[in-house]
Design a binder for this molecule. Structure first.
Ligand SMILES: Cc1cc2nc3c(=O)[nH]c(=O)nc-3n(C[C@H](O)[C@H](O)[C@H](O)COP(=O)(O)OP(=O)(O)OC[C@H]3O[C@@H](n4cnc5c(N)ncnc54)[C@H](O)[C@@H]3O)c2cc1C
Ligand code: SF4
Length: 458
């Protein structure tokens, strides 16, 4: 009976109201009870057999660690040891601008190549036995899966940023308890694993380190087909290779067709795909940087560095182990690393931090009118009416752009034209909304909230 109640809870609180983060934990944590299946191309957990009493412990873990129910970030981060506090980027030890000194790594990197440099170092120094990372499946297009490997060549050649909702936790049960792993994921994957590590330290000790990449917006599958249509290509079958961040930082979306035609679009131009395909999960989380990770890595958006090119990462070290690893890599000239302060770290991503910390609060408040929502344990002290209006406009734009027939109409317009128009509108929109957003971020306080989700952790 209890198993049925637990399954019902997952469906009623998360899957049915559209709060699923597509993380794959349901599959990875259960014994063939759930399987991630594609519904309209979007990965969603499906029940594949009747639950029985033996499933109860797994179901309890899924319910506790499911990102679709939200996390008490403030409470959980206090369970980790940090030297400095920040409610905007999460608690931390040190902040850096960093880049790999290995040409091969940096040339193929999303930003400064820090993630792969750290993975290689962790394997070489035997701090872990394997890395768990997302990679493209061989010989397929837009098909991704978790790769569990210690092969340095494979790590060096990992896919760059994959801007598509993809499960990452569905292979958890295949990890061996007598081996050690470093896991790279988006903030929600890392938070889910942190919850399991805090609540069941012995059972999850084999997942030794958690690396998070920053994640602002992610997209549902379909974005690339949309882009291709605007370029007169009607099927993925015609494509031989896709790179989201090809060439020099910040990189271009580059698609090679089987008849050797090359399509290429600047990173900031293909942001036009976002309103059409943005996934709901990235609208309802306040976590941009991966606040429960051991180390978080993003693009170091800064005009001076952007003009230099090559690629730079911003790094939030949240653990003594990673601060030491970074120092050692820097000393051995494997990376180039410089300490920065909190102010410049926030400034680099102020827009997106605001989108998550204030925007997600407003969006969740809106979605709450229609059903269950994820619960978090911090909220902004005040939100101006101007900011609320901005959010209403964003919501309406996303609502309209995500309609099937609207997408169909826009898919016939060339991507270069759409990209250019979007880039201009974005610039104007950013300058119009900047004062209200900056004020909301710098002058706000984030205050603790007591709710039933927080109580589950006591
Ligand atoms: C959906 C998404 C949204 C992002 N949004 C932002 C943003 O708004 N601002 C920002 O500064 N940075 C963002 N990033 C992070 C940024 O693109 C880089 O991943 C980060 O700077 C690390 O770069 P690197 O050169 O150190 O990584 P590399 O050394 O090039 O390694 C890339 C690593 O990322 C992993 N990876 C790629 N895609 C995914 C994925 N979808 N899920 C899990 N792991 C993945 C690969 O497996 C690999 O381990 C985003 C990334 C993604 C995937
Ligand atoms: S968010 Fe993850 S754990 Fe929760 S229902 Fe979706 S796939 Fe399952």
């Amino acid at each position: 009976m209890e198993q049925k109640i637990l399954v019902k809870k997952i469906f009623q609180e998360v899957i049915k109201p559209g709060n699923c983060f597509h993380c794959g934990l349901c599959e990875g944590m259960s014994n063939n009870l759930f399987k991630m299946k594609e519904v309209d191309k979007i990965p969603i957990p499906k029940l594949i057999r009747k639950p029985n009493e033996k499933d109860i412990p797994d179901l309890k873990k899924i319910i506790l660690a499911c990102p679709g129910r939200g996390y008490p970030y403030n409470y959980l981060s206090k369970k980790m040891k940090h030297r400095k506090k920040s409610k905007l980027i999460g608690n931390y030890n040190d902040l850096y601008i960093s880049s790999s000194n290995r040409k091969l790594i940096r040339e193929k990197a999303s930003s400064g190549g820090l993630v792969r440099t750290l993975l290689i170092e962790l394997i070489k120094s035997k701090k872990v036995d394997y890395v768990c990372v997302l990679d493209k499946k061989k010989k397929t297009i837009l098909n991704f899966d978790v790769l569990i490997t210690k092969n340095l060549n494979k790590i060096t050649n990992l896919s760059q940023s994959i801007y598509q909702t993809t499960p990452l936790l569905h292979k958890l049960k295949f990890l061996k308890k007598n081996k050690s792993y470093v896991f790279v994921g988006l903030p929600e994957h890392v938070a889910s694993l942190r919850v399991l590590k805090i609540k069941y330290p012995k059972e999850f000790a084999h997942i030794k380190y958690l690396i998070s990449i920053y994640s602002g917006t992610n997209m549902y599958p379909g974005a690339i087909e949309f882009y291709l249509k605007g370029n007169g290509i009607n099927s993925l079958q015609e494509i031989s290779k896709i790179d989201w961040r090809h060439g020099e930082w910040p990189g271009k979306l580059r698609i090679v067709t089987k008849n050797k035609k090359i399509l290429s679009l600047k990173k900031f131009y293909y942001n036009y795909l976002i309103p059409f395909f943005i996934s709901k999960n990235c609208l309802i989380t306040p976590d941009f940087t991966g606040e429960l990770s051991d180390i978080s890595i993003g693009d170091a958006w800064n005009p001076t560095l952007e003009n230099k090119g090559y690629g730079y990462s911003v790094v939030i070290s949240r653990s003594a182990s990673f601060s030491n690893i970074l120092k050692s890599l820097n000393k051995r000239k494997i990376i180039n690393s410089n300490l920065i302060d909190l102010k410049s770290t926030v400034k680099m991503h102020a827009h997106m931090i605001e989108f998550k910390k204030i925007g997600s609060y407003l969006r969740i408040k809106h979605f709450k009118k229609f059903g269950p929502v994820p619960l978090y344990d911090l909220k902004p002290n005040f939100v101006s009416n101007k900011r609320k209006l901005i959010e209403d406009i964003i919501r309406i734009v996303i609502l309209i752009s995500s309609m099937k027939y609207i997408k169909k109409i826009f898919s016939f317009i060339g991507s270069n034209i759409l990209g250019l128009i979007f880039q201009h509108i974005r610039k104007i929109w950013k300058s119009l909304t900047k004062p209200a957003k900056r004020q909301g971020l710098t002058q706000n306080k984030f205050i603790p909230v007591n709710n039933k989700r927080l109580k589950e952790f006591f």
